[in-house]
Every structure is written in C-alpha cells, then in structure tokens.
Design a protein around this ligand. Structure first.
Ligand code: COA
Length: 260
C-alpha cells in the first residue's frame, strides 16, 4: 500500500513501519495517525507477519510529538476529540494488537512520540535518543495515554517528575527507569530489533497473541488479569500450535507452528 507519511515494508514475516516526515521530526499529524492505523491493521491481518518494528526516518527523531501546528487553535471539544480519536486509532490500537510491536526509538521521542513508543509492546533506544512528555510546557497534558502508561513503566514518582518538569531523559536513564529494554548505537538499532523479532518469530504466534492479551488484562479496568490468564491458558490447549509445540518437544525437533 502507498502512504504519504509512512513507509511500510515486510520481509520474511517481519514488517518495519517508518514514520517518514523527517523535516517535521516525524511529528504525528492527522494523516500520519490515520496511515499508521491502516498499516498496523493491514499487517496484523496478514498471517505472514509475525512481528512489527516501528521507527522514525532520519537520524534525529523517532517522533517529536503530536503536530502542534494542527491543534494550536483547537477548542475544548476539539481537544477532547483529538485525544479520543488518537487513542482509538493508534495508541490503544497498537497496545492491543495481536502481533508483537517493537518500538525502535532512534532519536527524540517526545509527547505523542513517547506515547507511541509506550503503546508498543516494548522499546529499544539508540544511544542518542531523548525521551520526555513536554506537554505541560505547552499548557496541555499528555493526551495519548502518557499519564497512564508512563507510571506503569517507570513508576508514579518518576512519571510525576518527568511530566511536571517537561524534561527529557537520555537513553541510559530511560533504560535504568525501565522505559526501554536496551540501548544500542544508532546504526545498529533496527538490526538489533530484528534480532529480537527473529527470536519472537520462532514461537507460537497464537500463544504470543494470547500472552499480549493476558499481560494487558492487568492494566484494563474491571478485568481480573489472573482470571484472564487462566482462561487464555486453558484455550491454548485447543490450538494446533499447542499440539505442534508439545509434539515437537517430545520428538526432539524444532516446532513448525501452523499459527492456528
Ligand atoms: N509539531 C509540529 N512540528 C514540529 C514538532 C511538533 N511536535 N516538533 C518539531 N517540529 C518541526 C519544527 O517546527 C521544525 O519545522 P520548520 O523547519 O518548518 O520550522 C522542524 O520540525 C524541525 O524542528 P526544530 O525545532 O527546528 O528542531 P530542533 O533540533 O531545534 O529542536 C526539538 C528539536 C525536538 C527539541 C523541538 O523540535 C521541539 O521541542 N519540538 C516539539 C516537542 C514537543 O513539545 N512535543 C510535544 C507535542 S504535544
């Protein structure tokens, strides 16, 4: 599919989505959010695709935030709608995708950029990456899940400080905070993520998608994560992937998961 502001490629079951507005530091405007929604949806529906990496084009930014020029004159209703629509189309959508999503944070990840990285299932940063939620410096608050996902990842006190100061942290601090899992030189970032993806892709896609749902259940209002886990665990016994995984183990061979 052809997009205006993103690139989407797939090779051997691994997809890479690149946000491609480098002159605007890959800021998320309405078109980009819509295109990301369509790309994630199409790749998630594609049975060949077993993992997705999301990154930004250029050497400077992953995403420098929501596009400020688009919302600077919004009123209260438009502001609420902006956050609700964005969460529905992109941030909640990515978090709840069945296919694993790795954010390769290759530079500035600010505001909506950090919120997008946090919506991904986990994050790897380049050593030059800088992360923050600077919204209060603009007189607004994070609106794409930042006030919820940042405390989940780094703890309430650190999230409070990051959000109140509107400051940026570097990649090593982000790793120490648990915000990113690994820090690697920028030139190696995407290949490093591909290496992790290749390990993921050896496993049962059906079980991985059930595990994503069970982990997310812990963070969903009104859902008991332990009960969700028990249900998904039981259901796994009815899948062809479970039969193949256990049979392959007992036959001392590598599993070839059918993905059903
Ligand atoms: N929305 C819209 N445009 C943005 C943007 C954003 N969030 N972030 C960067 N841009 C644009 C700049 O306006 C500039 O465009 P121009 O060349 O047409 O003037 C271009 O991207 C390059 O950015 P610039 O500010 O010149 O780069 P820099 O290296 O001096 O600074 C940042 C980099 C990231 C520190 C700075 O761009 C910045 O603070 N961006 C906004 C971050 C933010 O508040 N995000 C949260 C939004 S809710």
């Amino acid at each position: 599919m052809n997009y205006e502001n993103i690139l989407a490629e797939k090779e051997n079951g691994l997809a890479v989505i690149t946000i491609n507005r480098p002159t605007k530091l890959n800021a998320l405007n309405k078109t980009t959010i819509q295109e990301l929604h369509e790309a994630f949806k199409a790749l998630d529906a594609d049975k060949e695709v077993k993992a997705i990496i999301i990154t930004g084009s250029g050497e400077k930014a992953f995403v420098a935030g929501a596009d400020i020029s688009e919302f600077a004159d919004f009123d209260v209703a438009q502001g609420g709608e902006l956050a609700a629509k964005g969460q529905e189309l992109l941030f909640d959508f990515v978090e709840n995708l069945s296919t694993p999503v790795i954010a390769a944070v290759n530079g500035f990840a600010l505001g909506g950029g950090l919120e997008l990285a946090m919506a991904a299932h986990f994050r790897v940063a380049s050593d030059n990456a800088k992360m923050g939620l600077p919204e209060v410096s603009l007189g607004v608050i994070p609106g794409y899940g930042g006030t919820q996902r940042l405390p989940q990842l780094v703890g309430k006190g650190r999230a409070m400080e990051m959000i109140m100061t509107a400051g940026m942290i570097g990649a090593e601090d982000a790793k120490a905070y648990g915000l990113v899992n690994h820090v690697v030189p920028q030139a190696e970032l995407v290949d490093f993520c591909k290496g992790i993806a290749s390990k993921i892709m050896k496993n049962s896609p059906v079980a991985i998608s059930a595990a994503i749902k069970a982990i997310n259940a812990n963070f969903t209002d009104g859902v008991n994560g332990y009960k969700a886990e028990i249900k998904a665990f039981g259901e796994a016994f009815g899948t062809a992937d479970f039969k193949e995984g256990t049979t392959a183990f007992l036959e001392k061979r590598k599993a070839e998961f059918p993905g059903k």
